[in-house]
Design a protein around this ligand. Structure first.
Ligand code: GUN
Length: 290
């Protein structure tokens, strides 16, 4: 059984991105830059935004940080997004989700210039993925593909079962895997799927993206399957300094011995998401200059 270290792959991606960003900087007199907007005080969102900022600063990227109050209006947020759309020194715009309930996430995403949509959430970018056209690809599914590419895991002709149909992971993941070149046979399971276990047991490659700790158990996994665990849930653990730890969708200890390869949590898909965000920011910068 091989442990697929997203942490190692992310480091090598970031090394490459760093070199390309320096080349961009020498050519255009400024580094790629990202603007990150956080609304409210959600602790998990604050952690994610801080990690994105750290990574951007380590690469020498331009970085703008906006923290709006939980009481900010939708109009204020939209005005900020429009301002950043018009700012030629900003290549990427990221609005951290979830937004407070009085805001309309779709409306905010629709307002971001698709050329600066480094999350790949805008309908133009999401649509291009489905059509197999080049675009800014949503970071988590892109990270999953990169881990598989790095470790030589081929998807052509394989039965891939994705559990979870979110717009951020499940749907783009399915679209990417069925494209020419990837050539997988894709099944997407979700909360209304009947006979989940039977679907998952057929899979050569299982991609779990639900956010239910340990829902994928050993009896659901075919021997020698590849297992990619996208789930990252914080669970209380008072033995930890922070008072919590991260748990995946896969019951790792019992599932891992049955697999040919598996991503751990933490250190699997998580670190890839930020690496792909940095790569998307570089891509957006390069394409805007074209
Ligand atoms: N919230 C959880 N994951 C993400 C992400 O990848 N991007 C944004 N913008 N918000 C998130």
């Amino acid at each position: 059984m091989q442990v697929l270290s997203g942490k190692d792959v992310a480091m090598s991606v970031l090394e490459h991105v760093r070199k390309e960003a320096v080349i961009f900087g020498e050519k255009y007199g400024r580094m790629p830059s990202i603007a990150v907007i956080l609304v409210g005080e959600d602790p998990a969102s604050q952690t994610y935004v801080a990690a994105k900022k750290k990574s951007a600063l380590e690469l020498g990227y331009g970085h703008k940080d906006y923290h709006l109050s939980v009481h900010a209006t939708q109009q204020e947020l939209l005005e900020l997004v429009r301002e950043l759309n018009a700012d030629d020194d900003v290549d990427g715009i990221l609005v951290q989700m979830p937004l407070p309930p009085h805001m309309d996430e779709n409306c905010v995403i629709d307002t971001i210039d698709p050329a600066k949509d480094v999350d790949g959430f805008h309908p133009v970018n999401a649509g291009k993925i489905l059509l197999g056209r080049s675009s800014l690809v949503s970071c988590t599914p892109k990270g999953v593909l990169r881990i598989m590419d790095h470790y030589g895991i081929r998807t052509a002709g394989k039965d891939v079962v994705i559990i979870g149909r979110s717009s951020i992971v499940g749907k783009p993941m399915a679209a990417l895997l069925m494209q020419k070149g990837r050539d997988a046979t894709v099944t997407v399971c979700h909360s209304c799927t009947l006979g989940l276990k039977e679907h998952v047991r057929r899979a050569d490659i299982i991609i779990a993206a639900v956010g239910h700790p340990h829902m994928i158990t050993a009896d659901m996994v075919k021997s020698e399957a590849v297992v990619i665990d996208v789930g990252i849930t914080r669970v209380t653990d008072l033995t930890k300094k922070k008072g919590w730890r991260l748990v995946g969708d896969v019951d790792y200890d019992n599932v891992a011995p049955r697999t040919s390869a598996i991503t751990p949590v933490p250190g699997g898909v998580g670190p890839m998401t930020i690496a792909m965000l940095m790569e998307n920011t570089l891509q957006a910068a390069q394409e805007r200059k074209r």
